[in-house]
Design a protein around this ligand. Structure first.
Ligand SMILES: Cc1ncc(COP(=O)(O)O)c(C=O)c1O
Length: 344
């Protein structure tokens, strides 16, 4: 049975072109700065997002953690959306390793208000953890994959900078946001000091993220990467896929967005409650109410029929379209989900 895997865009396997690029990649020892393919990936990505320098890191989680470590000292505060990935899904690295205090704000809709950021920017007082950093996330995973508009995004980032904060963007899917709004990715990335973007999600590379920012910041980040055990050697083998990801895979994200829109439409027509983000990208969240034990079994029953997806919480499910999901797959998946949900 063919599997239609809608669990995440992280399940994408490398394309044939990527596999061939891996085989012929020019490599060297990247800890010595001698891997030409890694160096090129860092340069090309930094240039695309309008930053001075880039650093190839093992994952989005590592990119965000290094950003926290390089921007903050132990005991500093970072303002974070309560629904953001850094706070919810990165193993508590912010506390366990960075020693940074999360200063939480409401990010319903995908971004916090300027006012909520300002509230944490209090005058010096020995009782307070000083707020040093604002972390934004775009697209926002737990908020329906919503792409926050460039203007709202910039406004919040500028308000934080006016308070003296640095701003980091968890841009795991920032190219999805740019494609959804039809803007150059720099519309977002030049509003922040640093950004980590994932190569291993919708862009289809097997491994890695790039953290970008000012030269001196990236030098500091490189030191933190080494401390965390993230200094890799002939990493050009995987960076070769990353180069294809940033140079050739961005424009096709539009196709994933179209498939997600179709999926949302079909599920709605089938009577399901589908969440509506302001600007949908490649995710569809839906809610099923019914007999609790049957709702809990929904993912298993669909998996038995070849359709894989995750429950984000009780009765709330997420579907993610990507490179290896076609329009035909979307139609088939919608049919199976509607049938199984009706039995809840
Ligand atoms: C918004 C967001 N940030 C960061 C990450 C972490 O990326 P990684 O899985 O490469 O550590 C993810 C992963 O899904 C994500 O969705």
């Amino acid at each position: 049975m063919k599997k239609i895997d809608l669990r995440s865009d992280t399940v994408t396997v490398p394309t044939q072109e990527m596999r061939e690029a891996m085989a012929s990649a020019e490599v060297g020892d990247d800890v010595y700065g001698e891997d030409p393919t890694v160096n090129k990936l860092e340069e090309v990505t930094a240039e695309k997002v309008g930053k001075e320098a880039g650093l190839f890191v093992t994952s989005g989680t590592q990119g965000n953690l290094i950003a926290l470590l390089a921007h903050c000292s132990k005991g500093d505060g970072a303002i974070l959306g309560a629904d953001c990935h850094i706070y919810n899904y990165e193993g508590g690295g912010i506390a366990a390793i960075a020693g940074v205090l999360p200063l939480l704000v409401d990010d319903t809709g995908g971004i916090m208000s300027k006012e909520s950021v300002k509230k944490w920017c209090r005058p010096h007082n020995v009782h307070f953890a000083p707020a040093r950093l604002l972390c934004l996330e775009n697209t926002h995973n737990r908020q329906g994959g919503n792409a926050v508009s460039p203007s709202v995004f910039r406004e919040v980032a500028e308000a934080a900078k006016a308070e003296g904060l640095s701003v980091h963007l968890d841009g795991a899917r920032i190219f999805n946001a740019a494609v959804a709004w039809g803007v150059d990715v720099k519309e977002y990335t030049t509003a922040v000091d640093t950004v980590q973007l994932c190569l291993s999600k919708g862009l289809g590379a097997p491994v890695g993220s790039v953290l970008c920012g000012p030269k001196d910041f990236i030098e500091k980040a490189r030191h933190w990467r080494k401390r965390l055990g993230g200094g890799m050697r002939q990493a050009g083998v995987i960076a070769a896929c990353g180069l294809i990801a940033v140079e050739k895979m961005v424009d096709r994200l539009e196709e994933d967005h179209k498939n997600a829109a179709l999926l949302a439409e079909l599920l709605e027509e089938g009577g399901l409650h589908v969440e509506k983000p302001d600007k949908r990208t490649n995710m569809v969240y839906f809610v099923v109410k019914g007999e609790e034990s049957k709702v809990e079994e929904l993912t298993k029953r669909c998996a038995a029929r070849g359709v894989l997806f995750n429950a984000l919480s009780k009765g709330r499910f997420r579907l993610v379209t990507h490179l290896w999901v076609t329009e035909k797959d979307v139609r088939e998946a919608a049919k199976i989900i509607i049938e199984e949900a009706a039995a809840c």
